[in-house]
Write a protein that binds this ligand. Structure first.
Ligand code: PGA
Length: 252
């Protein structure tokens, strides 16, 4: 179902104590809000998921992981399966982040398996796509995003696809302070919806939540979220400060 979502991607940041402090600060800030403008999801590193879930019980935010294994179970040292996350009632999981594609060799083919694993375990994938700077400069950004969608997601049935959140994150905007312009974001989000419509029909396309990510912050969120095809954000750096994060949550 399409809705406004703001998800915080903490990446590999914070000690246990710092994580507790930040989660409590987010909970406190959320408590002060009468009407939340969007659904809130926090994605801390794996060791803090349980703590995040405990704190989330008292105030209303979702908890997500930042990665999942493509395998079911067994001899895969260091991996975390979708069923393990489900057994902890984790409801969201980021996959396909450009950092995982770049540093851990994740391919569209692996992601196609991961997305199935998550859906089979009732976890909403936050599926990241987006082009590199040289791809945009070569005017290939639409082709790149199309290929990522086709290879990573279009093997799903329409029913399955309904359960996916998409995050468009131009790689050149991630952690660089260089945000896509409002026009660039809207243009790509509209294009993504057209791809979905061609594959699954207009009603599915209208029903999918598409987030923007890449240097989205407390100052620019409102302008980005005002675009008709932008349903919220996947927030990295700015999700590590409770006040900024909540300002973004309220930027609709
Ligand atoms: P950023 O990261 O907000 O720090 O650019 C976004 C992301 O990587 O999801």
């Amino acid at each position: 179902m399409r809705r406004n979502v703001v998800a915080g991607n903490w990446k590999m940041n914070n000690s246990f104590d710092q994580a507790e402090e930040l989660l409590s600060a987010i909970a406190d800030e959320l408590d002060k809000i009468k009407t939340k403008a969007s659904e809130v999801v926090v994605c801390p590193p794996f060791p803090y998921l349980e703590m995040a879930k405990d704190i989330a019980l008292e105030c209303d935010f979702g908890v997500g992981a930042q990665n999942v294994s493509q395998f079911d179970a067994g001899a895969y040292t260091g991996e975390i399966s979708a069923s393990m996350l489900a057994s902890m009632s984790v409801k969201f999981c980021i996959i396909g982040h450009s950092e995982r594609r770049k540093y851990f060799g994740e391919t569209d083919e692996t992601l196609a398996i991961k997305v199935k694993q998550l859906l089979a375990n009732d976890i909403e994938p936050i599926f990241c796509i987006g082009e590199l700077l040289e791809e945009r400069e070569a005017n290939r950004h639409f082709d790149v995003v199309k290929e990522q969608m086709e290879k990573g997601l279009f093997h799903l049935s329409a029913d399955e696809f309904h359960g996916v959140i998409i995050a468009y994150e131009p790689v050149w905007a991630i952690g660089t302070g260089k945000t896509a312009t409002s026009e660039q974001a809207q243009e790509m989000h509209a294009y993504i919806r057209t791809l979905i419509s061609k594959k699954y029909g207009q009603s599915v396309a209208d029903d999918i939540t598409i987030l923007y990510g890449g240097s989205c912050n407390a100052k620019n969120a409102q302008e980005l979220f005002a675009n008709k095809d932008v349903d919220g954000g996947l927030i990295g750096g700015a999700s590590l400060k409770a006040e900024d994060f909540i300002t973004i949550v309220q930027s609709f």
